[in-house]
Structures are given as structure tokens and as C-alpha cells.
Design a protein. Structure first.
Length: 293
């Protein structure tokens, strides 16, 4: 009884070494969180400052916040309504999500559920494209689209999404599909189902976590993409949000940092809301898709 009472007393008081270790971990986590959140807090504070006080100012949050930067956005940018940029980004993001889900799921089904000659070699070649720098293909792709007179359109930005060129998402879905029981396919074939019916009615509904994970990453990456629109789009009316912010510096050779940062805050909201709405599915899809196979 004495030993049991001693253990209970220690459990109540706690081990000093374990308490110090736990305190150290929490302090380290808080310090890391402060480093990660500092740019976000700085952007929020800078959006409430006059443009002349943003560059060179040491204060993180303004003592006298203003809303002039947000009010100026209502007038548009370079005579272009603000909603135009968000609409363009939404078209690109949703179009990319649809293309990735359709093309990559079909390619993943072929690699995961269909046996054909050269499947392993083709899958290895597809995975190897992840090691290929994007800049290597930049000039050849631009020349091809220029010859086809597709520059200054959304085709160069969306066409690859419908051709399953995103090997990461194909690999993610393949890993998930390989974990599905093959007895489901055999039972469907007995009922007279072909590959398309099996894919649409059986495999695709079961791959919901992987599909949602791919959709979230595609939406965020496309919404924040700056290099692609910068290369292929010349008309400001077609600019997405990421490229529209560049107009704050180019117009009249003056830099409106206040308006640019205020637009940056507004550009964060759709991504943040999209992530918060599907955060649970993102975690489930990442854990289940990445560990199967």
C-alpha cells in the first residue's frame, strides 16, 4: 500500500524532468508558431497602414489603423474591377480541379487495376517526371503554344490538367486504389460490368479521400500560381489575383504598396475558407492515401 501511495503521489506531483521537457517542447512550439505567423500578422498590419509607412517601418501593428487601402480596391485596379481578377482565378482554379480529378483518376485506375504490357515501366517513367524541373520544359511548351496561337488564353494553363501530367496526384490515387479489395472488381465483372462501370460505380466512390485531397492541393496551388499566368497571359483583363497584384507596381511607375497588401489579404480568404471547409478530408486523404500499397 505504501508503494502504491507513493506512485500516486508522484503521478499527482509529476516528474520534474518530464515537466521540464514538456515545458521546453511547448515553448519551442510557441516560438516556431510565432515565426510562422509573423508574416501573416505583418501583412494584416501593413494593410491598415498608409503606403508611405509600410516600407521601412518597424512597428508590427499600426497605432492608428486606416481602411483607405481596402476602400481604394472598390474602385478597381487600372480601370479593371476587382471582381474580374477573382473571377479569373476562380475559373482557373475550378477548371484545374476538374481536370485533375478526371484525368488523374482515370490514369490511376489504369495503373492500379488494369494489367497491360509495360505498365510498370510507364508508371516508373511517370514518377520520374517528378524529378524533372519545370523550367526545363518552359521554353519548349511556350514555343508550341505560340505556334498554335494559344498564348494569352487559358488553354496553356488548363490543358495539362486534363492530360494527367500531374504525376503527384496520379501516384496519390494509385496508392489508394491499390489498397481496395480486388474482389470488388471480380464481383462487378460477374455482374457484367466493364472497366468504365467499375471505375465510375465502385472505385471512384471509394476514392473520395484521395479525390478531395487532390482537389484541395490543386485549388490552392492554382490560386497562388504566379509564374504560369505571367508567361502566357498578356491582357490584364484575363489576369488572376496573383498576377493582378503586379499592377499596383506597374501602373504610372508608382508603387501602391498599401493597395497591393490589402489585395493580398483578400486573396488569402478564399484559400483559407476552402482549406478550413475541407481540412478534415485533407488529413484523412493524406493519411489513408500515402500509407497504402
Amino acid at each position: 500500500m505504501t508503494l502504491l501511495a507513493t506512485r500516486r503521489a508522484r503521478s499527482r506531483t509529476g516528474n520534474p524532468r518530464a515537466t521540464a521537457r514538456s515545458l521546453g517542447w511547448h515553448l519551442g512550439a510557441l516560438a516556431l508558431l510565432a515565426v510562422v505567423l509573423y508574416p501573416v500578422v505583418w501583412v494584416l498590419g501593413a494593410s491598415l497602414k498608409p503606403g508611405k509607412d509600410i516600407v521601412g517601418s518597424l512597428e508590427l501593428l499600426p497605432t492608428k489603423p486606416i481602411t483607405d487601402n481596402y476602400r481604394s480596391l472598390a474602385e478597381g485596379i487600372a480601370d479593371i474591377p476587382l471582381w474580374t481578377f477573382f473571377q479569373n482565378s476562380l475559373v482557373l482554379a475550378l477548371g484545374s480541379v476538374g481536370g485533375v480529378l478526371v484525368s488523374c483518376s482515370l490514369a490511376a485506375y489504369a495503373f492500379a487495376r488494369i494489367r497491360f504490357a509495360g505498365r510498370n515501366v510507364m508508371f516508373a517513367l511517370m514518377i520520374s517526371t517528378l524529378l524533372l524541373p519545370v523550367h526545363v520544359l518552359l521554353i519548349p511548351q511556350y514555343i508550341v503554344f505560340q505556334k498554335l496561337e494559344l498564348v494569352n488564353t487559358y488553354v496553356p494553363l488548363l490543358l495539362g490538367k486534363y492530360l494527367a501530367v500531374d504525376a503527384f496526384f496520379v501516384f496519390l490515387m494509385v496508392q489508394f486504389m491499390r489498397g481496395l479489395p480486388r474482389e470488388l472488381d471480380e464481383a462487378a465483372r460477374i455482374d457484367g460490368c466493364g472497366h468504365l462501370r467499375i471505375f465510375w460505380s465502385i472505385v471512384l466512390p471509394l476514392c473520395r479521400p484521395a479525390l478531395i485531397t487532390s482537389a484541395i492541393f490543386t485549388f490552392i496551388w492554382t490560386w497562388n500560381d504566379f509564374m504560369g499566368p505571367l508567361i502566357y497571359l498578356n491582357d490584364p483583363q484575363k489576369y488572376p489575383v496573383a498576377l493582378g497584384m503586379k499592377l499596383f507596381i506597374d501602373q504610372d511607375t508608382l508603387a501602391d504598396y498599401g493597395g497591393m497588401i490589402a489585395m493580398s489579404v483578400l486573396a488569402l480568404l478564399p484559400v483559407l475558407l476552402f482549406f478550413l471547409a475541407f481540412q478534415r478530408f485533407l488529413v484523412d486523404g493524406a493519411t489513408t492515401s500515402g500509407l497504402k500499397g
